[in-house]
Design a protein around this ligand. Structure first.
Ligand code: A2P
Length: 312
């Protein structure tokens, strides 16, 4: 499988380039190299603080005639400080300007967490707005407006649990088509996958390589013995095994790299195929472990907890 098909037959390349934690000075080279070697899907977000540099690289790739705009799939995300119907179009305008694009292929609500205008990362309870004051259904109306204005081809969400999805569905005219969440062999999200299938939504896996290196070595995804044994047997790298597992479950992956060799290695995952036996062994690695635990949304007397974000 090399693409996920949307309801209108648009196709999103199943492997894209992640840009979270790509430093602004590195991301330009990473995006341009990625496009040169064949990446056609770039995953961005206003919150990553590097959309201008990503936009410069995309602009340069188009200028060099490596690709046309239509060849690329570009995703971005609405930051938490722009929840609320009236704030979505202005936020999209900034993202489009930074990326030097006149449309996005996919626009996602980044988190089911609302922050006061201008807040980058919250420190105290008053930096937050409870969802009771700015309901997700209201923000979704703004997302639908971006679609109706033709500035965005598809809309979706990120870090949403079953209840967040259900809430949006109560009033949605255009249903979300994507939920982007953390997924890898240690966090397989089986229930959420079934729910998204029920709603005819695709999933994209962020941190598909286990992202941050955990201090506890038993939690280092790419050093896991099962992954390493399969990698050796199939002449793949551990990263390729992790990516192939998620891809073969029908889920898009957006591994981040700013290193040319690893960019290529990740893309070449598409030339490999795991066997049913490999898939069964990898299925056994699920331990519900989050590398991005959401605890950064917890402040004293604040309205959000990680537990509530993931589970209620
Ligand atoms: P780098 O940018 O130096 O390549 P995730 O996408 O799960 O968040 O993981 C990103 C992390 O994994 C980054 O630290 C990235 O570092 C590293 N990485 C990306 N591709 C590979 C690879 N093929 N093998 C090992 N590490 C990788």
């Amino acid at each position: 499988m090399t693409a996920l098909k949307f309801r209108n037959n648009d196709e999103m390349p199943i492997l894209g380039l992640g840009t979270f934690r790509s430093e602004p000075n590195e991301v330009y080279d990473a995006v341009l190299s990625a496009i040169k070697i064949g990446y056609r899907h770039i995953d961005c977000a206003a919150a990553y603080g590097n959309e201008k540099e990503v936009g410069n690289a995309i602009g340069e790739a188009i200028k060099q005639r490596l690709v046309t705009r239509e060849d690329l799939w570009v995703t971005s995300k609405l930051w938490n400080a722009s929840h609320g119907e009236e704030n979505v179009i202005p936020a999209l305008n900034t993202t489009l300007k930074d990326l030097q694009l006149d449309y996005l292929d996919l626009y996602l609500i980044h988190w089911p967490v609302a922050l006061r205008k201008g807040t980058e990362m919250p420190e105290k309870a008053c930096d937050f707005i409870p969802l009771s004051e700015v309901p997700l259904t209201n923000t979704w109306k703004g997302m639908e407006a971006t679609l109706e204005q033709g500035r965005v081809k598809h809309i979706g969400v990120s870090n949403f649990n079953e209840n967040h999805l259900k809430e949006i569905m109560t009033t949605a005219v255009h249903r979300p088509e994507m939920n982007q969440v953390e997924m890898h062999p240690f966090l397989q999200q089986k229930e959420l996958k079934a729910i998204c299938a029920h709603y005819d939504m695709h999933l994209t896996a962020y941190a598909p390589l286990g992202s941050l290196v955990d201090d506890n070595s038993s939690l280092r995804l790419l050093e896991n013995d099962t992954i390493k044994t399969i990698a050796e047997a199939r002449h793949m790298s551990p990263a390729q095994v992790a990516l192939a597992y998620t891809i073969q479950r029908g889920i898009a992956v957006i591994p981040k790299s700013t290193n040319e060799a690893r960019l290529l290695q990740n893309l070449e995952t598409l030339n490999h195929m795991l066997t049913e036996e490999d898939m069964a062994l990898l299925k056994g690695l699920d331990k519900g472990h989050r590398f991005i635990d959401g605890k950064f949304w917890e402040v004293e007397n604040g309205p959000y907890t990680a537990e509530k974000i993931w589970n209620t």
